[in-house]
Design a protein around this ligand. Sequence first.
Ligand code: CAO
Length: 547
Amino acid sequence: MAHTQVNVPDLGGIDEVEVIEICVKVGDSLETEEALIVLESDKATMEVPAPFSGTVKEILVSVGDKVGSGTHVANMEAEGGAQAASEEQAAPKQAAPEEQANTQESATARPEASAANASAEPQEMDVIVPDLGGVDAVEIIELSASIGDELAAEDSLMVLESDKATMEIPAPQAGKLLSFAVKVGDKVSQGDVVGKMLVTQAATSTAETKSDAPKSAAEKSEAAPAKAETPSAQANQPAANTHSTPSTNTSGKVHAGPAVRKLARELGVDLAQVNGSGPRGRIQKQDLYDFVKQRVNNPVASPLTVKGSDEDFSKYGEISEKSLNKIKQVTARNMVASWSTIPQVTQFDEADITELETYRKQSMGALLPEGVKVSPLAFIMKACAKALQAFPEFNSSLGPNADTLILKQYYNIGIAVDTPDGLLVPVVKGVESKGVVDLAVDSSELAKKARDKKLPMDAMSGASFTISSLGGIGGTAFTPIVNAPQVAILGVSKASYKPVWNGKEFEPRLMLPLSLSYDHRVIDGAQAARFARYLCELLTDVRHLLL
Ligand code: CAO
């Protein structure tokens, strides 16, 4: 069957552009208008679409090649045979009549918009949607500036997207953004007023400076708003060419073509967080897939930025600076990741540990090996293992797509240890099968190793739940942060004697404050209250723990 050439369509006056992405491979079946390759000049990105539905037979260019209007870039075989191809192929070569009419119209509209204003007084000007290459009712997908921003000419004000092209509306001149007349989701067409700027105009007329040659379609989309009272001097920029389905993105904020933006929306990815691997940092489809894969597999270690302050505090008084070690930096990243990705709530309760303390202090002494001390923590660990068995959701993690729960049949408890270098969380494994004395020995050995920097890496992995005990220090309550991908963490504060009403009188009872933080995506408030209560009951009657 005959193959049909796919050529670069009219680039609207641009001589040479670079191939920055090959979107298909030989053998791929494409629908009409699906992107074959992506071209980019320093001002515009444009896709070369399949001119008809069919199969890719040959790709004749590589990333980095320079091409111009008419360059033969690929061969395709049409679905309905060579005839279908030749009928459809005509389309991308030439503008549809009404598109050409639009193009001409906006080219000639330019002088009308050129009432030069040489006044140096700041004045308000409307920002008007320029020639969109014949496309109407294009959706605003992003407002890229904020009211009050001081903008340079050409800074992006907003991004529009049709199903084929993404284009920016740039600030027609340097000035302050006063207002937007539109919001994300609105549809706009050429000539619509989208905002107001305060500009100090000293520019000469666009038409005067640029009217010596007729502008191609590609030179108009980012040109000065046709109806701006004080026209832009930025007329000479490539933009929408309806054939080549361009996408312009010169802001440097998010550099991505329409297909990638569409995919990002489908995947729910914020493009501002994705690093582009393409030329000039352009985001490609693979970057999105990689980003999603990384977030799913490793939600905690995702590259969230930990930002500090750039304020110069030395103007208020003397300061000194110390660098943060690796442990503190990793902790900061993990905390930011957990805090910003997990909706977490803390449930407070108090356990009456009067009996437990009597038992620990009076009875246990004889049972303990030489040199071993048992703090309340060992009992709390044992109680947690029992509570986790009774409430399996607390010993789980969300599955990769957050539509399953992975319930763990092991009970490994991480213990937050305060070390001179920062917070470390070694893990006591198999807590359910160990006695209180073994737990005391294991946790104190791990805490010592952590403080002596002798903790092996595998001693810090595999926890299914975490306890953070500040009971040895003091405080009445705190809100620990869930140690993702776990779904719950127990904070323990210092036990103290409180008057508790026993039905007849107040009696002094030793009350242990507990703070249970939990991932509200997985655990409901009522479950958390029941878990915390159950834990308190276990700790109140020490016999439960010995069973
Ligand atoms: N109420 C009252 N007293 C308590 C108590 C509590 N909840 N918990 C411990 N104590 C007592 C102990 O019995 C011990 O008393 P004695 O010296 O009289 O025996 C004393 O306080 C000190 O205990 P400890 O802190 O040395 O031992 P521990 O087993 O309770 O805790 C460890 C071990 C490693 C958890 C702890 O040393 C530690 O590092 N805690 C800090 C954890 C942290 O930084 N968390 C914050 C992380 S951010 O969420």
